[in-house]
Design a protein around this ligand. Sequence first.
Ligand SMILES: [Zn+2]
Length: 211
Amino acid sequence: MPLEVRTFPTGLMMANCYLLIDEQTKHTAIVDPGDSNERLAGIIKDLNLIPTMILITHAHFDHIFGCGYFKSLYPSLKIYCHKLDFNLWTTNPTVALRFGFNTPDDFQDQPDLELQSEINIGNSKLKVLNTPGHTKGSVVFICEEQKFALTGDTLFAEGIGRTDTEGGSYRDMNESIQLLEKVLGDDYIVYPGHDQEEKSGIALEFAKECF
Ligand SMILES: [Zn+2]
């Protein structure tokens, strides 16, 4: 039985929060909870899902400010983030203010655990690929069996994430896009950190035009 992907644009920056649901066990990963989204919490409850982890594609506030809310609902949840974004994580209250956003009272000031190279959600498996460029610890979550990838702010349907903020690197981004081209080829479904999904072949063509 496969993983089901559900998409929920959240917060004022409309970052995509994803539920990855292992259909057999109902074990569910919450990916990039950008804010305390009660509608999403209601759906988790209505579908009798069992959240087992929070996965973070990169430590920007619009992808993590809901962590505290979901941990308050499910206290055993652990937040997984790439270790190269741990320092960036702590700068979010300052950065959010610069964008005109307040930090929630339940802000988690650190993730709980480092992402390893493989993750199990129920009986399903994801690979974790570090793709620096947008941030140092940006990752792409890859489901080889079903040929889809959650690409955060590294790869969008029509381009790449910005590389001019803290930890960003245009050169690293170029290498990460080349790596994704090798790993994904052209027939994956790409679920990005913002906006709609796209075939990897089309998304990567747009991305390559940025260099
Ligand atoms: Zn970002």
